[in-house]
Design a protein around this ligand. Structure first.
Ligand code: ADP
Ligand code: MG
Length: 482
């Protein structure tokens, strides 16, 4: 057993969700990723003297949506605080955030790792604003500042230290991304940093009851980097402890090029920030009725749909996860399943034909031309052996995309795709084939039974896929035995 196996990793996440609101958190400036630098910067974003913030009601609603989805308590009266610090991309010299009285408290996110479900407790969710962007690599002598992002509304979701591996962190972030997309509160895009996290990592001997000293790795916006950062940090901390040292509570930066973490600053304490209630904003007051309204308008959530798909529709977890990836196609599937009793066949069609089609065409399910009743009719043709599965997938489905309003049965007739159970048609084909291959017939009759595969292949080819394989094989075997 290596020394590393004696330790357990403990991780708590502070996840930042950039909200898809129309305007910034405290003023009317637009939010636009990739906009020309410093083009969405009113006097408020620039913190000119005498300007005042006002709350964005969409930010409050989005926070409550996420809180309800995670089963948090909603604080009907909550408030904003000032977090003071100096940095060039923070024009006000403070960030408006929530410290003492955040909007949501408690709750949990259910994740699934290797088929096992685990509940990660949420400590709280608070609202805040983002800072601007400092760019250090454009000019050798100067740092550049882009303040477009300054004042963008964020939610910070703080988890309890319930995660134990980088796989669980990956599952947490992926599940969170799916959730915020279902709730339509964020695009959840990690590459554009709409979703990013700070990872608090510590190690302790397995079986220990106290947590070890932690370090916080800042601003990870790719799951690959987060995994690497945690692996590196775990090893670093264990090596330090095993050689008689102690972990210092630092804030760390992860460098993807070297794969190493390095101290950014020693851990600051709350009092360093001189938090105090934001004097320019009134407390946020929400009514029970508002919360009720938001609750009633929530979409079906991925974990509820997961239960339905696996328990009621009896689909595998693997298929379910593919079907649930995107909300609108998941809801299309729910509608499809209401139109056909063949749930597994519907899942197959969705996974093997419809989703790949949407992917290739870069279309959303809303642009998909075939309605669920038509697809149900197509599935019925397959299930009743009127059209073979491969003909349905390779010929009828593409044709239906072009003519989505014609009944699949009619289309199959027009294109001559109906499978033939017609005895005369099959017997004629079999006669032809047996006459063409007298040697093989003899070989078969002497015991080379494997040749049935050869005859079947030829038969399917000659019938252009229209022979019903079950029926054809029965007739073929009977003729060969004679
Ligand atoms: P602070 O107030 O100093 O920021 P918090 O208690 O708010 O500390 O914790 C911040 C984050 O650190 C939370 O996500 C929490 O789960 C995590 N955390 C706290 N203690 C540990 C620990 N020993 N190991 C790993 N993560 C931890
Ligand atoms: Mg904290």
């Amino acid at each position: 057993m290596s020394i590393y196996d004696k330790y357990e990793t403990v991780i708590g996440l502070e996840t930042h969700v950039q909200l898809a609101t129309k305007s910034k958190a405290f003023c009317g400036d637009a939010i636009e990723f990739g906009a020309s630098p410093n083009t969405h910067i009113s006097a408020i974003s620039l913190a000119y003297p005498g300007t005042l913030p006002k709350v964005n009601h969409q930010q409050i609603e989005f926070a409550i949506r996420l809180g309800l989805a995670l089963g948090s308590e909603i604080n009907l009266e909550n408030r904003f605080d000032r977090k003071n610090y100096f940095y060039a991309d923070l024009p006000k010299g403070y960030q408006i955030t929530q410290d003492r009285l955040p909007i949501c408290v408690g709750g949990a996110l259910k994740i699934r790792v290797k088929g096992k479900e685990k509940s990660i407790r949420i400590h709280h969710i608070h609202m805040e604003e983002d800072a601007g962007k400092s760019i250090h690599d454009l000019d050798a002598k100067h740092s550049m500042i882009d303040l477009n992002r300054a004042g963008t509304p964020l939610l910070e979701v703080v988890s309890e230290p319930d995660l134990r591996s980088e796989e669980e962190v990956d599952a947490f972030m992926t599940t969170m991304r799916q959730l915020v997309r279902y709730l339509e509160i964020s695009d959840g895009n990690m590459e554009q940093a709409s979703l990013r996290c700070d990872c608090n990592v510590s190690v302790r001997l397995k079986g220990a009851s106290e947590y070890g000293q932690r370090c916080e790795i800042k601003n990870l916006n790719s799951m690959r980097f987060a995994r690497k950062a945690i692996q590196y940090e775990r090893k670093r901390q264990i090596d330090l402890i095993e050689s008689g040292g102690e972990v210092q509570q630092n804030t760390l930066n992860f460098d993807p090029v070297t794969g190493k973490t390095s101290p950014l600053r020693s851990k600051e304490n709350a009092h360093d920030y001189r938090y105090f209630p934001e004097p320019d904003l009134p407390p946020v007051v929400v009514s029970e009725q508002q919360v009720e309204q938001i609750k009633n308008a929530l979409p079906p959530l991925p974990n509820e749909l997961f239960e339905t798909f696996t328990q009621t529709f009896k689909l595998s977890e693997y298929d379910t996860n593919i079907l649930l990836e995107e909300k609108n196609s998941a809801l299309y599937f729910v509608a499809l399943v209401q139109a056909t009793p063949h749930k597994k066949a519907a899942a197959n069609l969705m996974i093997n034909k419809i989703l790949p089609y949407l992917n290739e065409e870069r279309k959303s399910i809303q642009e998909f031309p075939i309605d669920t009743a038509q697809l149900a009719a197509l599935i019925e043709l397959i299930q009743s052996d009127q059209v073979s599965n491969s003909i349905a997938y390779q010929q009828l489905f593409p044709e239906l995309l072009k003519q989505p309003d014609i009944a699949p049965l009619k289309l199959a007739e027009q294109l001559n795709l109906l499978q033939s159970n017609d005895d005369d048609f099959l017997q004629d084909l079999i006669t032809q084939i047996l006459e063409q291959h007298p040697d093989k017939v003899k070989a078969y009759q002497k015991g080379k039974k494997g040749l049935i595969g050869f005859f079947m292949g030829d038969l399917m080819k000659k019938s252009k896929g229209k022979a019903n394989p079950k029926e054809a094989k029965k007739l073929l075997a009977a003729r060969l035995e004679n």
